[in-house]
Design a protein around this ligand. Structure first.
Ligand code: 5GP
Ligand code: ZN
Length: 115
């Protein structure tokens, strides 16, 4: 709804209302540095379109969803994560999601702890 989007911090990053350290952008998505990094490289990849979580993607978002998944490794390579990285999407309150605008975490550059 209108309110979900106007109150959404990641929509505000998309439209430039609040600043972020953006490392990649294209017509469908952008990537920026997490403000509280949990790895030497910690990025968030988000769609420009407001979608609350993976649970809220629909068949109409097929191309967007595919585009984001295909873009993650390109961003990782661009950021020098040749040794590998972790991709995480927390979904719903029970999944630890705090910001309800879909985002994929990219974590790399350190020694990962096993899940
Ligand atoms: P979640 O728990 O929803 O998967 O993760 C949300 C992430 O967004 C957290 O890692 C948090 O540090 C990050 N975050 C929250 N607010 C902001 C912000 O205003 N700017 C940036 N760059 N990251 C944010
Ligand atoms: Zn949003």
């Amino acid at each position: 709804e209108v309110n979900a989007m106007s109150d959404c911090i990641f929509c505000k990053i998309c439209d430039g209302t609040i600043p972020a350290d953006i490392v990649y952008e294209d017509e469908h998505c952008l990537a920026f540095r997490d403000i509280q990094p949990k790895a030497p490289v910690h990025l968030l990849v988000i769609p420009r379109k407001h979608v609350a979580s993976l649970d809220d993607l629909s068949d109409a978002d097929r191309e967007l969803a595919g585009h984001m998944l295909l873009t993650i490794p390109r961003i990782a390579r661009q950021q020098g994560l040749e040794g590998g990285y972790r991709t995480v999407a927390n979904t719903g309150k029970g999944g630890g999601q705090e910001v309800f605008h879909l985002h994929f975490h990219i974590l790399g550059g350190g020694t990962p702890k096993p899940l």
